[in-house]
Design a protein around this ligand. Structure first.
Ligand code: AMP
Length: 559
């Protein structure tokens, strides 16, 4: 039984070193000592999540609940907690300090007897996640108080950060994959492949330990990483690259991965969260319109307005987010389904089949009403025509797919090229905000944006956005961010990095004012990317590349 303290010490060491190689080596040696049950948990823990992304469990603990629990467990008054927060900007530091004050070192021998284990912390988190309904707040508080009551200062630091999904030790998926490979003598490619098939690093670690990675394959009920598209360089350029293309509209909706086994349907979002309950009509479409005993289907859910045009992305997200009283929202925002791929059919994994074969099978099993139209052509004029139709219908553009290509889970390759009007945007992490003035005084009106640097695991800021936000959005955003406030300092707040803004801009400039070294000129909020996780934000490398290649590109049509 591995203690949570040894995990906390690992995190501390990882936090203190900058080199990814050293971090990987430390994590690998830690993993190699764990038993099977612990291996299921630690990969998510070390990335800062109590549960794997595809799990249905959600902790549902915001900063205010956590501070309250810390205050009650340690006896530290809220004002003291606020002071430490203001000074350090780190919930982990708060937990460390208040627990340290409460538990002097002389007591540690006593605690030694039955300290927390990794699995105990996990099981408390699982109980927390299960708590729902009226009494859930009380249950959550009870578990958090227990954890902070038992924890030593260093453990408290990482329990607090884990609870808020804000680990700050610079460990992402890539590093965990490499560490699993190193710990158990597997190749990084094999680990990555298994991960893309299962979306579960805990499971991958367990199989790697047993030297049974090759057993892991695509299974109904377990989401796979979705295949992604690269931005094509205009229609003629992209057609020259791809030759003959299977052309589809690029629908303005949200990705759905649908698993069907008999009448049992599960739907996963782009981030592989289970969204089945939120999308009852998609479940019916598949029950009625897919003639297959077992299938994994890939497609887009599109919200259709009264005029037949797709509703804005924010509207469709209201559908994806709603878990209870779904019917009312479903009436207001009805969805359509556009299937464009088939990954698994009746016991056969199809990812190595060429797209034209997968499409043939998809047409065989799916009704045409739920099927994205596809035209195979090598004529750029024809593509331009389809592109105009798609834009005219309110969609985003077209996808050009190589008919010979396999389905590559988790890959953003050249086999799928997306063509859309060129307006560069960046998906950036919101790390802070400023209260407005005058009429907008009770709203958070400008937002501080950052881009992750995968090399250091840090978020580097690129400036502020305050344009493109309507009054209605202002109040929605303020509500959204209120519970993510970590520290308040005068008019400014520091936010838990969780929300991604897609931001358009005119130009990227060099700037000494921000830690990234860059600033966006005329930034404008396009939308909130609720479907993206912080790890999927645009990296500093992309910012740098955009800076290098931006001259004369913005605003041109893709032709
Ligand atoms: P992007 O998010 O801009 O990288 O574009 C990729 C997304 O486009 C996918 O994740 C899908 O949600 C969406 N999409 C819309 N239409 C299609 C299509 N015909 N084929 C593949 N993806 C599509």
């Amino acid at each position: 039984m591995t203690s949570f303290e040894s995990f906390a010490e690992l995190c501390k060491k990882i936090e203190e070193i900058g080199s990814s190689l050293e971090k990987t080596a430390l994590l690998a040696s830690f993993l190699s000592e764990l038993d099977e049950a612990e291996l299921a948990v630690v990969p998510s823990f070390v990335m800062g999540s109590p549960f794997p992304a595809s799990s249905e469990q959600l902790l549902g603990v915001g900063p205010s609940t956590l501070y309250d629990a810390l205050s009650r467990a340690s006896g530290a008054p809220p004002s003291e907690i606020n002071d430490i927060l203001r000074r350090t900007g780190d919930v982990g530091a708060v937990a460390f300090e208040v627990v340290e004050k409460r538990k002097p070192a002389t007591l540690s021998a006593f605690i030694e007897a039955d300290g927390l284990s990794i699995l105990e912390v996990y099981s408390r988190f699982a109980d927390l996640a299960r708590a729902s309904g009226k009494r859930s707040q009380g249950v959550k508080m009870k578990h958090l108080r227990y954890l902070f009551g038992e924890a030593r200062p260093l453990e408290a630091r990482y329990i607090a950060r884990l609870a808020l999904d804000d680990m700050r030790i610079g460990v992402g998926e890539g590093l965990v994959r490499d560490a699993i490979a190193k710990a158990f003598g597997a190749s990084p490619e094999e680990v990555e492949r298994s991960y893309n098939f299962t979306s579960d690093l805990g499971l991958v670690a367990q199989r790697a330990k047993e030297r049974r990675l090759s057993d892991l394959t695509i299974e109904i009920g377990r989401p796979i990483k979705v295949m992604l598209a690269q931005l094509g360089s205009g229609i003629p350029g992209s057609m020259a690259e791809i030759g003959t293309a299977a052309v589809e509209w690029k629908f303005d909706g949200s990705r759905v991965q649908i698993h069907k086994k008999g009448d049992e349907i599960e739907i996963f979002s782009r981030r592989l969260e289970r969204v089945t309950r939120s999308l009852p009509e998609i479940v019916s479409f598949v029950k009625e319109g897919v003639r297959a005993e077992a299938a994994i289907l890939d497609g887009e859910a599109v919200a259709r307005g009264e005029d037949g045009r797709p509703l804005p992305f924010q509207e469709i997200l209201k559908r994806f987010r709603r878990k209870y009283k779904v019917e009312g929202t479903a009436k207001k925002i009805p969805l359509e389904l556009m299937l464009f791929d088939l990954v698994y059919l009746n016991g056969r994994v199809l990812i190595d089949e060429p797209l034209r074969e997968r499409r043939r099978l998809l047409e065989e099993v799916a009704d045409s009403e739920i099927l994205a139209s596809q035209t195979v052509t090598s004529d750029p004029e024809k593509v331009a025509e389809i592109y105009e139709e798609a834009i005219g219908a309110g969609h985003e553009g077209v996808m050009l797919k190589s008919p010979e290509s396999p389905y590559a889970p988790g890959k953003r390759g050249k086999n799928w090229l997306k063509i859309k009007p060129v307006m560069e945007t960046l998906d950036l992490v919101v790390i802070g905000a400023r209260w407005g003035e005058g009429r907008r005084a009770s709203f958070l009106g400008s937002y501080r944006l950052a881009s992750p640097d995968p090399d250091t695991g840090r978020l580097e800021d690129v400036g502020w956005v305050a344009t493109g936000i309507t009054d209605e959005m202002l109040s929605e955003l303020t509500d959204l961010f209120r519970d993510l406030i970590l520290v308040s300092e005068g008019m400014e707040v520091e936010l838990k990095p969780e929300v991604i803004f897609e931001v358009a801009f005119e130009e990227i400039q060099r700037s000494p004012n921000y830690s990234s070294g860059y600033a966006l000129r005329f930034p404008r909020l396009v939308r909130v990317r609720d479907d993206k996780a912080v790890e999927e934000a645009d990296t500093l490398e992309r910012v740098t590349n955009l800076y290098a290649t931006q001259r004369g590109r913005n605003g041109r049509s893709p032709g």
